[in-house]
Design a binder for this molecule. Structure first.
Ligand code: FES
Ligand code: FE2
Length: 389
């Protein structure tokens, strides 16, 4: 596609993207323009979000028939909805009459009724009601159902693909199963969800979640003590990066609330029962999988310097069923929110620097291999998007 970056020339951008290497120890980082340049947003939306699969979040966010959310997935207004047979569906949030957005926010509906002229669709996207269309010659309502996209659910996570012929989700996730099956997260339950905006690029939001480097500087008195030196980053097949590290106690609790720890995930043993796995499913869903809880972030671009974040916290079903679950879960929410609150000012500060036309790509340190792995993946997507034709 034709791309006109504002902050750098196209040649410099291509050169910088090509300097992102698979070995993060030899590589330069993602070009700063990719975090700040409004002229690159359309390319990113197309090359990164409209290619392959994108995480929608936990499938149990929509437990009942008619439960829906209106989402913006990299510039595509989308309706995610559970139909009457229990399948999760994804439709373009655009009326087939004259294009109005159909649904906003979250809720439950029996049908999808356009607010403008009341064209109305069932939960499978079929057009059922279309007032005053009697003069339209050869009008076949069967041809005016909602545009539908492919949805897949794996390990309790829902994914959408905008491609006509998406790659297999199994191919996309590669050996994800091998690194995550011990926790049995397919059976975990969502306990709390929050959404908010942050004044930073969506990538920086997810990057900070996937590196141990900043812990002593940004979280010296809160969570730094939890994390000894992590294991090496795992070498994986698939569109994700993951790194495990032992923790001192339950990673999702502060030092002074460890006595409220919920039970370990059923069947979890060995090292995995005493640590946390940080995983980033490309492009923009990341989670920390601890011995008793999982906290997930999705960050979506609103502009190059602003993102919409969804935070979801999950626990094993057995824990959620405990009588005192809510009281104990609150300590987890407090710890997760406190760590996030400490990160936010640093992310906004980082964005201010990235906005400079003179910012240049950096290098990766020992404690940020997953950030480096993502950088290479991202650079390959952008280079593919920039190829002529
Ligand atoms: S735009 Fe939806 S009914 Fe007219
Ligand atoms: Fe942090």
């Amino acid at each position: 596609m034709t791309v006109e970056p504002n902050l750098v020339s196209r040649e410099v951008l291509l050169m910088q993207l090509s300097a992102v290497l698979p070995d993060e120890n030899r590589s330069l980082g993602i070009p700063p323009a990719c975090y700040a340049d409004a002229g690159l947003l359309a390319l990113e939306q197309q090359a990164v979000f409209q290619h392959g699969w994108v995480g929608l979040g936990r499938a149990d966010r929509w437990p009942d028939a008619g439960d829906y959310s209106a989402m913006d997935i990299g510039g595509v207004p989308l309706i995610v909805l559970r139909n009457r047979s229990g399948a999760l569906k994804a439709f373009a949030n655009s009326c087939r009459h004259r294009g109005s957005q159909l649904l906003n926010g979250d809720g439950n509906c029996k049908k999808i009724k356009c607010p403008f002229h009341w064209w109305t669709y069932d939960l499978d996207g079929r057009l059922k009601v279309y007032p005053r269309m009697e003069t339209a010659v050869d009008f076949d309502p069967g041809e005016f159902g909602l545009v539908e996209f492919t949805v897949a659910v794996e390990h309790g996570f829902a994914f959408v693909s905008f491609e006509d012929h998406p790659p297999s989700i199994f191919e996309w996730l590669g050996d994800f199963d091998e690194f995550h099956q011990a926790w049995g997260i397919g059976h975990w339950k969502m306990a709390r969800i929050r959404e908010f905006e942050v004044q930073c690029n969506w990538k920086t939001f997810i990057e900070v979640f996937n590196e141990y480097y900043h812990l002593p500087m940004v979280h010296p008195d809160s969570i730094n003590w939890l994390y000894p030196e992590p294991d090496a980053v795992d070498i994986v097949k698939g569109q994700f990066t993951t790194q495990f590290g032992a923790t001192e106690g339950a990673a999702a609790l502060m030092a002074d609330t460890q006595q409220h720890a919920l039970p370990l995930a059923p069947g979890l043993q060995g090292r995995e029962a005493a640590g946390t796995r940080y995983t980033w499913i490309y492009p923009n869903l990341t989670f920390a999988l601890s011995q008793d809880s999982m906290w997930i972030y999705q960050a979506f671009p609103l502009a190059q310097d602003r993102c919409h974040v969804i935070q979801t916290i999950c626990f094993p079903a057995d824990s959620v069923a405990l009588d005192d679950f809510e009281q104990r879960a609150k300590y987890y929410y407090d710890r997760i929110d406190a760590a996030l609150a400490e990160d936010l000012p640093f992310l906004e500060q980082q964005q201010l620097g990235l906005n400079s036309p003179f910012a240049k790509p950096g290098r990766f340190g020992t404690l940020e291999p997953s950030v480096g792995k993502f950088a290479y993946w991202y650079a390959q997507q952008m280079l593919r998007g920039l190829k002529p034709g």
